[in-house]
Design a protein around this ligand. Sequence first.
Ligand SMILES: Nc1ncnc2c1ncn2[C@@H]1O[C@H](COP(=O)(O)OP(=O)(O)OP(=O)(O)O)[C@@H](O)[C@H]1O
Ligand SMILES: [Mg+2]
Length: 471
Amino acid sequence: MTTSEHRTIDQRLARYRRFSLLDTPPVASGRLTRMVGLTLEAVGLRASVGQQCRVVLPHGASLDAEVVGFAEDKTFLMPIQKFDGLQPGALVVPVDNSKGLVMGKECLGRIINGLGVPLDGKGPLKGDTSIGLNAESINPLHRHPIDQPLDVGIRAINGLLTVGKGQRIGLFAGSGVGKSVLLGMMTKYTVADVVVVGLIGERGREVKEFIDHILGPEGLKRAVVVAAPADEAPLMRLRAAQLATRVAEYFRDQGSSVLLLMDSLTRYGQAQREISLAIGEPPATKGYPPSVFARIPELVERAGNAAQGGGSITAFYTVLTEGDDLQDPIADSARAILDGHVVLSRQLAEEGIYPAIDIEASISRVMPSVVSDGHLKGALQFKQLLARYRQNKDLIAIGAYNPGSDPVTDRAIERYPHLVQFVSQGIQQKAPLVESVSILQNLLTAGQEAGAKAKGQEPPRAPPKKPPGAR
Ligand SMILES: Nc1ncnc2c1ncn2[C@@H]1O[C@H](COP(=O)(O)OP(=O)(O)OP(=O)(O)O)[C@@H](O)[C@H]1O
Ligand SMILES: [Mg+2]
């Protein structure tokens, strides 16, 4: 090699020497080569999974997308927003999203989307901290056990399915059975410092309705709402659920008692399904790829109690049981991971009994550790009476049950209207925990007195007509 050739190589290399002075490696941008459905394919991009990128569109517009997978030299991205105007060859540049989201007490009362962008027109978020999308997970051995009851303001839940602080519960129901209304009531009536609401993949109309009518200005004051309605890109819906959880974690880490309400976990799972199928993951259970069943526990496990002395996240996740099928794969996997489930019954809703909680099918796994023995006994008695009435309801309805033949059934028949009354609660009605427990106990003692009186009476009374709401 001649001296002059050496010089030119040296000169050429000199152009790149400045890169060694950079704190961060140079950004390798890519080009868009393909788009199928929602999936974008880029080549030349060096970005890891989860990295946010910007696709530069003509006329200065841009689209934010996230890396969701790769295959050899191709990188798969999914748009975070709705988009149009994509072109082949468009530049794809990784962007720095390590700054996180501004967060603080000032964020209470705000409504944001999955990226943390305010939707309420009240200007940028204010706060003294910045949070990323992922928090450090809590060592399960350090978590404070669930040993305190939480007053959620719903009589049937407070009395019969008592929730513990830090518990994670599923609200299982078909469509239109009253999930959103029940969540809204809990948002208003639960005794908690902060309420975080994730409205994921539901109707856009409902977001406004929920905020204006159900939450109201008073409820909103101590709440943060993260909304990603059904028409948002699946990645935005996924992010909104994660962000709502992250915001709840932030307030928990400040020592607050947080109520996290997620409507719905099913839409979260479906968003993950859309993404996984689009990048080629094979479906396994009823059209759901395996990654869906990994994502749900990942999200749910983030709720719960912090270490001793810290705050707590009590979480309610609505789970849509399509066609009222409780064996739906998302419902199945959610039930296995959650600490209890409240099932809403279409039959009760059709009979006008709201909230339409199917007491027999519902369970709070932590109830025995958060209530007194007397309360637990009362709840069991209530369930037994209800079950006894239900077993005999056909006989009772046609007058074939012979009063006096079984004292428990007699008592169930006599108490049934009171049992239904106990479970029913209007939207504007609040039922504190202490009050709910005392009503429950009075209801059962009165039942015993009435039962004893009925025993002394000869001949036994004629069977009552089927009361409204008999199942
Ligand atoms: N406590 C209640 N008292 C009176 N009516 C109620 C009550 N709860 C629910 N409803 C009635 O049930 C309807 C449906 O409730 P809601 O919108 O909460 O159902 P959903 O299960 O969230 O439906 P979707 O699956 O479509 O989101 C309400 O519009 C209301 O009329
Ligand atoms: Mg709803």
